[in-house]
Design a protein around this ligand. Structure first.
Ligand SMILES: *[C@@H]1O[C@H](CO)[C@@H](O)[C@H](O)[C@H]1NC(C)=O
Ligand SMILES: *[C@@H]1O[C@H](CO)[C@@H](O)[C@H](O)[C@H]1NC(C)=O
Ligand SMILES: *[C@@H]1O[C@H](CO)[C@@H](O)[C@H](O)[C@H]1NC(C)=O
Ligand SMILES: *[C@@H]1O[C@H](CO)[C@@H](O)[C@H](O)[C@H]1NC(C)=O
Ligand SMILES: *[C@@H]1O[C@H](CO)[C@@H](O)[C@H](O)[C@H]1NC(C)=O
Length: 634
């Protein structure tokens, strides 16, 4: 079958075509499941970004493509707008307006996309301008089956030619009109030629599967393809592909496909088909189905030297504190944003560095208002830096037993207790990977300017070499807070975090450090003391003397003490999941189960081996004996 391609050279896109059809048929849309915080700052940044895109496409020398980025904003935004090249400026702007209205329905989602026949708009919190084919790429077949004019094989040839030619065409787009069939392909302008080609190959597979339907579209993050037997662009918008095709181009391939198919040609086709199918399967079988929304994307990379100067070369004066994973410094970025920079101290091997990259990627995708947000990272040699949002009020321990002791009201403390539970429940159950914190303690709970609690340092414990992950309390786990089964046997589950949470709640109520025995007249660690008071029916005696509580509050506090004691029970299975804790905290009435006795590890007597751990149970009664033997039996 000869293929005399009748194509007119595209003369100019710049002259405006009489306003026709903005092609606002919605093909695909989605919102990221994570919300950006703080949302009002984010929404303002988003507005500025849309205005920026609008300004670009409104220029008199009209362009059908625009990007805008606000990478250094606390709530970074990257956005991209692309109109089909055959749209007039007026149609492009109309399509953009429609897209903006639609994408705003995602609220403060940190990523979203809308794809129309005429244009595509997408934003994310990380840069995605180089993305080609993505998980979630899809086909949209429409119209009557066998409705296509001309033969399916012929359309496949045109599609194949587009895959070959478009990556070579400046602007990455081409429209072809032939025998009453209209075909169009386009890549995002910011991808590389090979990314464009790969994306179009996937789209080709999607399109080919639509044949012989009357309409077909291949939809992806980095490219778009469409054919139809109804005109959707003017004849004067078409492109002559011949210069971009290898000699012989389409007519040769047309002959192979259209003619009597020889064994070799058939085999070759079969192989190509299988290859395409395989690559498509590989693309679609990966996790998730949201087309290129902010799911697991790389963290923002900061320049090392920017962070070095932001922290005044990691000066003592800028040091906010020291933790198990390294020192933390206050940093002032060039744009005026204050951040906290953690300089990790534990990485020497290349494996650790590899883990670092993947872990940081994971952590930077955790967005919850009760979890400290990781903004990005930086590395230079073995120096690995993590950049976090800055928490104006520092860590909770200061307000419980440090310089600001007694400054928090019960209302504020109660709010912190609930927020911590929410943050942990999110890490355990709502984020798509269960993240165990392993080192919940009052100095890992940070407070923002409104005393909203945010849990810090999550995810990092997974980076520790396995032999350090328990028994060495400098790293994961801090004695006094660590669940006995984890400290002794390294048995880890989310209930270990529940235990530590319970201990911190007791600290918040009592204003007393969990492993401090020297306070007041009792020679007991906090959980034991709390248990003793609970058993003797005077739990209120636990409450921080600096708190002035009324009767209603006292009732609430008693309930919270009981919940904390449920969390510190020695029987792992008896401890509630953090999502249950949230429910118990928020339901005013309703009876609670009776907690059983906690076990507490004596931090002072530990030395090298398991057996040297000592249990400071004030050890009378069957409960105590039972819990100790249960632990040893594991
Ligand atoms: C963003 O723009 C929309 C529409 O113009 C407006 O309703 C909204 O208040 C703006 N939001 C912010 C935070 O400026
Ligand atoms: C459009 O015009 C502006 C100034 O009028 C110029 O800065 C810009 O480079 C031009 N863009 C293109 C794509 O020609
Ligand atoms: C883009 O700017 C024009 C004015 O230049 C305005 O009429 C239009 O509403 C804006 N569109 C959006 C989506 O903001
Ligand atoms: C699919 O076809 C139906 C009817 O043929 C039409 O109403 C609808 O708009 C089409 N959808 C697309 C995306 O073209
Ligand atoms: C293309 O054709 C349409 C209608 O046939 C006409 O309105 C438009 O001005 C033409 N555009 C160019 C760039 O020649």
């Amino acid at each position: 079958m000869p293929v005399p391609v009748v194509i007119l050279v595209l003369t100019s896109l710049l002259s405006s075509v009489a306003s026709g059809d903005p092609q606002t048929t919605l093909l695909n849309s989605g919102c990221s499941q994570y919300n950006a915080t703080p949302s009002d700052t984010f929404l303002a940044t988003l507005n500025a970004t849309f205005a920026d895109l609008n300004a670009t496409i409104s220029l008199s020398n009209f362009s059908n493509f625009a990007t805008s980025s606000q990478p250094r904003a606390i709530t970074s935004v990257y956005a991209l707008l692309q109109c089909r090249t055959y749209l007039s400026k007026a149609d492009c702007m109309t399509c953009f307006s429609t897209a903006v209205n639609k994408i705003r329905t995602c609220g403060a989602a940190n990523g979203a996309r809308v794809i129309y026949d005429g244009c595509m708009l997408r934003y994310e919190s990380n840069s995605f301008f180089d993305q080609g084919t993505q998980v979630g790429n899809t086909q949209l077949c429409n119209g009557s089956a066998n409705g296509v004019e001309g033969s399916a094989a012929e359309i496949k040839v045109i599609v194949q030619d587009l895959v070959e030619a478009v990556p070579k065409i400046s602007g990455y787009a081409a429209a072809v009109e032939k025998d009453g069939v209209y075909t169009y392909a386009q890549c995002v302008e910011t991808v590389t030629r090979s990314t464009c080609q790969q994306c179009l190959q996937v789209a080709q597979g999607n399109i080919d599967n639509c044949l012989p339907n009357a309409f077909g579209r291949g939809i992806d993050a980095g490219c778009f393809m469409r054919y139809s037997n109804v005109r959707f662009f003017e004849t004067n918008q078409t492109t002559d592909l011949t210069p971009y095709l290898k000699s012989g181009g389409s007519s040769k391939k047309g002959a192979i496909i259209g003619g009597v198919v020889g064994g070799v040609g058939f085999l070759a086709l079969l192989v190509i088909f299988l290859l395409i199918k395989r690559s498509r399967d590989a693309q679609t079988n990966r996790r998730g189905s949201i087309l290129g929304a902010t799911e697991l994307q790389g963290p923002l990379k900061f320049h090392y030297k920017d962070l070095k100067s932001a922290t005044k070369d990691f000066s003592e004066e800028n040091k906010l504190g020291a933790g198990g994973f390294g020192d933390v410094y206050k940093g002032l970025l060039k744009n005026g944003t204050i951040v906290a920079v953690k300089r990790l101290a534990i990485f020497e091997t290349s494996r650790a560095k590899f883990d670092f990259e993947s872990e940081v990627k994971l952590i930077s995708n955790v967005h919850h208002r009760n979890l400290v947000r990781l903004l990005g990272c930086s590395s230079k040699g073995n120096d690995l830096l993590l950049v976090y949002e800055y928490m104006a009020n520092g860590s909770l321990d200061k307000f419980l037993f440090g310089e600001k002791k007694g400054a928090l009201s019960w209302k504020q403390r109660h709010n912190i207790i609930i927020g911590m539970a929410r943050g942990l429940a999110y890490l355990h159950q709502e984020f798509h990977v269960c993240i165990l914190h392993r080192d919940i303690k009052s100095n890992n709970i940070l407070l923002d300017e409104n005393f909203q609690p945010k849990i810090g340092d999550f995810g990092l414990a997974r980076l520790l070499p396995h032999d350090l992950s328990h028994l060495s309390t400098n790293f994961a786990g801090t004695l006094g807070y660590t669940a006995p089964e984890y400290a002794i046997h390294g048995t880890l589950s989310e209930k270990a975090d529940t235990y530590s949470y319970g201990v911190v709640v007791l600290e918040i109520i009592s204003g007393r450090k969990c492993n401090d025995m020297n306070l007041e007249h009792t020679a007991q660690y906090l959980p034991e003391w709390a248990w003793t008071l609970y058993e003797t029916n005077e739990p209120i005696a636990l409450v921080d003397k600096s708190l002035d509580v009324d009767e209603d509050e006292a009732e609430e506090i008693e309930r919270v003490i009981k919940i904390a004691l449920m969390c510190t029970q020695s029987t792992v299975a008896a401890r509630p999941a953090m999502s249950d804790v949230v429910v118990m905290l928020l339901s005013k009435g309703g009876s609670l189960l009776e907690p059983t006795k906690p076990t507490f590890i004596d931090a002072g007597i530990r030395s090298t081996g398991d057996t040297a751990y000592n249990y400071s149970s004030s050890a009378s009664g069957p409960n105590a004996a039972q819990s100790i033997s249960e632990i040893s039996a594991r």
